[in-house]
Unconditional design. Structure first.
Length: 466
């Protein structure tokens, strides 16, 4: 039921229309949870603006009443990042869902903040089938902008870096309500690149919506090859993985490298499956790439000379998942291993040579807590770093298991920091741990930037704080 005599609610309803603002507990409840294990959060209002002008008005209203704003796309981080850490309003951006410009010769697209991965993917397939964007494995309703904000990654991130690298520019409503154009579009009529300018896009990526609300995004598109195949390697000894990954990327023919760990039947000796995707426009091109990778398999020996390599014939059922775009190999599949399926993962950004240690640590944590451990590793850049997913599936119906998963996440975050890695899309408690370890001058700089941009501290407070 609406609480009508609330002045903030009344103003929100005036700005966006009654159907798109709410303070009804039953609707707020939906916005107070995500599908991970973060508990319900307090939400006071939900607002769904359709235009940049409405976003500006809502931001000004929030400043006037000192009500926190948390921008929300599809709320799919699994770590509660689309939920308010400290009450206030959720700004659901899904109504801003237009694709504004597709520029084929310049290989970019301009979209609004609510455009989803599925929407952009199918739009490109229909209107420009020789170009694609770097889609994450996240469900198709995840927003493209939400993924940029958390510096996510997709199946083109081996070649072109994490997805935030693909931004040309953006339109942002600053925490004080002004609209700001970031990238070449602030000088040129076109948002075709970042330009030889100070790179302000970094002020909005990785900040978890604490520095402004992105309303439009200009995104790079990349050549889409006609055919795709997967070559699989398996190693018995995880210590050999870094060298194998190095050599595979050194061939310069691989588009995506994803490693999954599968426990053996007795649960003690997991195997590592390295899946290298290759693409091409001609059969000959693909044949050449296959031959290179097969030769590597025949020659590969670890740094200490141990031969622990062989190609594994990727079964069709697995291959059909890898050749999908995005590949459907998500640890989400693991959520169904147990009834009531849910899962959480600590996605740790690690140096590639830390993979064996991470594997050992994850296995130990899971076995001590009696959990299943399903590592999934996405290689970023040419082995410049890896996203090591420590995946812990759980049965949502068992609160006691859920609690053990929370504990596993806590211990994993600590272990990752101890290893010199950094948890990615860290939940609020993990952000605190990162901040505790941060060089104090860096933390002060972050805080100072936030104070300058957001003098009333209304943008998603609680994130990146001590
Ligand atoms: C099964 C599964 C698989 C996944 N696989 C991947 C993967 O392969 N790669 C990957 O990168 N991620 C993956 N994820 C994580 C996540 O779902 C994605 O990164 C997703 O793209 C996030 O988008 P979202 O719309 O859900 O963002 P949200 O969760 O809604 O938001 C993310 C952050 O961005 C902020 N934000 C949202 N919109 C705006 C805006 N307009 N302006 C400013 N701030 C904003 C929010 O406040 C929040 O801090 C996966 C998740 C699941 C469930």
């Amino acid at each position: 039921m609406t609480i009508p005599d609330d002045p903030v609610y009344r103003s929100l309803a005036e700005i966006v229309g009654q159907d798109y603002a709410s303070n009804r507990p039953e609707e707020l409840f939906i916005y107070s949870l995500d599908s991970g294990t973060e508990g319900p959060r307090k939400v006071d209002y939900v607002v769904m603006p359709a235009t940049v002008e409405q976003v500006q008005k809502v931001v000004r209203l929030a400043n006037q009443h000192r009500v926190p704003i948390t921008p929300m796309g599809a709320n799919l981080t699994l770590n509660g990042l689309g939920l308010p850490a400290d009450g206030g309003m959720v700004m659901d951006v899904k109504r801003m869902d237009r694709i504004l410009e597709l520029n084929r010769p310049r290989r970019y697209v301009v979209i609004e903040a609510g455009v989803t991965q599925g929407h952009l993917g199918s739009y490109l397939e229909k209107n420009c089938p020789d170009l694609e964007h770097s889609r994450p494995e996240a469900p198709p309703m995840a927003t493209v902008v939400g993924n940029m904000v958390i510096r996510g990654h997709g199946y083109l991130s081996l070649r072109y870096g994490n997805n935030a690298h693909h931004i040309n520019g953006m339109e942002v409503v600053l925490p004080t309500g002004e609209v700001c154009n970031i990238g070449a579009g602030c000088v040129s009529p076109w948002p075709f690149c970042k330009g030889p300018l100070p790179d302000l896009t970094g002020l909005f990526c990785g900040w978890n919506g604490t520095t402004g609300i992105i309303t439009k995004l200009s995104l790079k598109l990349f050549p889409k090859r006609r055919i795709l195949d997967v070559i699989g390697y398996t190693v018995k000894d995880v210590a050999l993985l870094p060298e194998l990954l190095y050599q595979v990327t050194h061939t310069d023919v691989v588009d995506n490298l994803f490693v999954v760990g599968i426990a053996s039947a007795d649960g003690r000796e997991p195997r590592q499956y390295v899946n290298a995707s290759i693409t091409g426009d001609l059969d000959e091109e693909l044949a050449y790439k296959r031959a290179l990778l097969q030769r590597l398999a025949a020659q590969f020996a670890g740094a200490d000379g141990r031969q622990a390599r062989f190609l594994y014939p990727v079964p069709d059922v697995i291959k059909s998942r890898f050749v999908e775009k995005p590949p459907y190999v998500s640890p989400a599949l693991a959520a169904d291993f147990q009834k009531g399926g849910g899962y959480r993962y600590c996605g740790a950004i690690l140096p590639v040579d830390k993979i064996p240690e991470a594997w050992r640590v994850g296995t130990q944590i899971a076995s001590r807590l009696g959990l299943m451990f399903l590592p999934g590793i996405q290689i970023l850049g040419y082995c410049h770093s890896a996203m090591f997913g420590f995946v812990y599936p759980f049965n949502r119906a068992e609160e006691e298991t859920v609690e053990r998963v929370r504990q596993a996440m806590k211990e994993t975050n600590e272990a990752v920091l101890e290893m010199g890695g950094i948890p990615w899309k860290a939940e609020v408690s993990a952000q605190r741990k990162i901040v505790e370890r941060m060089d104090p001058a860096s933390y002060e700089l972050i805080s100072r930037i936030r104070r300058v941009l957001d003098p009333n501290g209304i943008m998603n407070p609680g994130n990146w704080s001590r």
